[in-house]
Design a protein around this ligand. Sequence first.
Ligand code: CUA
Length: 348
Amino acid sequence: MNAMRMIQVAFITVFLVGLYLVSLVWPGAMNGPMSIMEVNGPVAQEQATVFWYTVAVSSFLLVTVGGVFLYAIFRFRAKPGQDFKVPEQTHGSAAVEIGLIVASCVLLLVIAVPNARALFYVSEVPAERKQEAIKVVAIGHQWWWEFQYPDLGITTANELHIPIGKPIDIEVRSADVLHAFWVPRLAGKIDAIPGQINRMWMEATDPGKYQGQCTEYCGDSHANMRFLVMAQKAEDFDGWVRNEKKDGVKPKTIEEVNGHRVFMSGCNACHTVKGSGAMGTKGPDLSHFGSRTTLGSGIYVSNKDNLTNWIKFPKQMKPGNLMNLESVNMVVGDKDVKDLVAYLESLK
Ligand code: CUA
């Protein structure tokens, strides 16, 4: 190998190693709402620990193999004035070959054992904590998430409330096509497969909003299939549960009464509002829609303008939106939309 080629190889090696190291500490990769590095709770912590452990073992390998490689090209480079004589050829060394095979197997085990242990840990709530676990069924729909709490008799959508410090035992299902459930800072991810039940668990240590995202391509609005996990202190969570168990509030003002009338002329075919007679299950349960902070599976802030646009222009607000007023023969004028918005917002 001549000097020029040697410098090129050395440069590329240093560049790749540098790129690798920068990628590990780049601030944008380390934090933010969808970061797998800024972890919270034991499941995400376990995943991060096993990740960094594997990175450490891989880095050791990279440095060792790269070091020997660099040493070889420097040590055995062609020197000025040297005559190019082919060195004495040997078939190889059985001792070195067996040694390398054994070393590779040992290194594989060193990586595999903690990873396998972590896989078992994250797949199910630890036996000694089963009693205190909160059960949740997460169902992927095109393009939103339904969250049921079978033991509490609650159904909600797109905003999953959980108490901090408690394991959440999650059953992941799909109502139509493949989806995947992922809350990077808490745990994940796992596929939602039609006709199959997958399990996972997670736990938040600190209260806060954790961003979730469908992470299996599922059609037009796959990227718009977001959700939030609202981790709350026990007393706040209990308050939320108490409110969710109630029926949707009865319309009070003239606007809300008319909004409810409009709602029952078509929206009820797909949506439920507990106690109002609306029992559709195709779309999200709206019994307490007014208490949710987001709209359209986490892609809009829930406010009057966005809600008005959502009702009037569902396809523009979300590509492929299955909400379709024509399909239930609804024709609503501006006044009716305004009243419908007032009614929906009253459903705290
Ligand atoms: Cu649901 Cu992607």
